[in-house]
Design a protein around this ligand. Structure first.
Ligand code: MD3
Ligand code: FE
Length: 202
């Protein structure tokens, strides 16, 4: 059961309630070792989304630039990649390699993410896998250029999306979430996990 929009392969309700709860437990453990941080944008303002990560590399910024780093701001390494996420990646991509980064985005009620491309990874040939948990989110998909027309769709808890091929460099963003549409995330809101191959394959 998948549908495709502009090269994005969507698996609606791929994770049942039990699988979502199990993943939230993994996320809670990761947050204890790597609390969510509102990273600074290039413009000196904190992002509305709070971020954490698991795996060899996590996405951070020092206010000058964005990059993947093996350590958090406090010098500690990122917590290990949960096994069930490696399995999910293999299942939906059909690839044998395992991702080196899981970015964990936390959206509380008014958080959003502006239209952007993901270009901080070493090799755009790898797909990115997104897992939505908690409140529904209005996801906007464009094309390879910022000026390309966009399309919007709601992502719900348990949905999994695979971005590969030309879709990998498409502009995308989250316009808003629907607060209180789910009670999965403690304290409310939405969690999005993105599984990536961020570093150079060696
Ligand atoms: C399309 N996250 O972390 S997930 C991001 O819901 C990000 O938190 C959003 O955009 C979120 O960079 C959207 C869907 C997604 C993730 C990665 C992509 C779409 C993508 C990478 C390339 C193209
Ligand atoms: Fe993105």
């Amino acid at each position: 059961n998948t549908r495709e929009i502009r090269g994005f392969v969507i698996h609606p309700a791929h994770l049942d309630k039990a699988a979502q709860t199990a993943l939230m437990e993994d996320v809670a453990a990761i947050w204890r070792a790597a609390p969510p941080v509102r990273q600074m944008t290039r413009w000196g303002k904190p992002m509305s989304v709070a971020m954490s990560a698991a795996g060899a590399l996590g996405w951070t910024t020092d206010g000058r630039g964005y990059r993947y780093e093996p350590k958090q701001h406090d010098g500690r390494p990122w917590p290990p990649m949960p096994r069930r996420l490696e399995e999910l990646w293999r299942q939906v991509t059909g690839l044998d390699a395992t991702p080196d980064s899981c970015l964990i985005n936390l959206y509380r009620d008014t958080a959003r993410m502006g239209l952007h491309q993901d270009k901080d990874e070493a090799d755009f040939g790898w797909p990115v896998v997104s897992i939505s948990l908690g409140d529904a989110a209005l996801f906007r998909i464009g094309g390879a250029r910022r000026s390309d027309a966009t399309e919007s769709l709601w992502l719900h808890s348990g949905d999994v999306v695979v971005m590969g091929g030309p879709a990998r460099l498409a502009f995308h963003g989250i316009d808003r979430i629907r607060p209180n549409s789910s009670d999965l995330v403690p304290g409310g809101g939405r969690v999005n996990l993105t599984l990536r191959m961020a570093g150079a394959a060696v």
